[in-house]
Design a protein around this ligand. Structure first.
Ligand SMILES: [Zn+2]
Length: 104
């Protein structure tokens, strides 16, 4: 299930799980959804183009305008975490050290 689009029943269950986890509101603009969750969309926090999964850890509830506005953009918080991890990686530091001080 994690890589393929969920069927209608599974999607409804995911929406309920995410509403319990994050609240029944848009993750981005915080607008509350109606009790029947009309207008709710499932947004891939890390865009599907980068992480092809339907796991709930990568899904948030979003209103349609926020989901459309976000599109396939990687949220800056995720980008910052990835950048921090890269900078802490010894291979990256070695590569940069080699680039800034060429061998003789
Ligand atoms: Zn929204």
């Amino acid at each position: 299930m994690s890589r393929s689009r969920p069927d209608t029943a599974t999607r409804a269950r995911i929406v309920q799980n995410l509403a319990r986890r994050d609240g029944a509101r848009c993750f981005y603009c915080r607008s509350p959804f109606a009790p029947d969750m009309t207008g709710v969309t499932l947004d891939h926090y890390v865009p599907r183009a980068l992480w092809k999964t339907w796991r709930q850890r990568n899904l948030v509830l979003a209103c349609s305008p926020c989901n459309t506005a976000k599109g396939s953009v990687l949220p800056w918080t995720v980008a910052a975490l990835l950048l921090r991890n890269v900078r802490e990686n010894q291979l990256w530091r070695d590569a940069c050290a080699g680039a800034s001080s060429p061998s003789v």
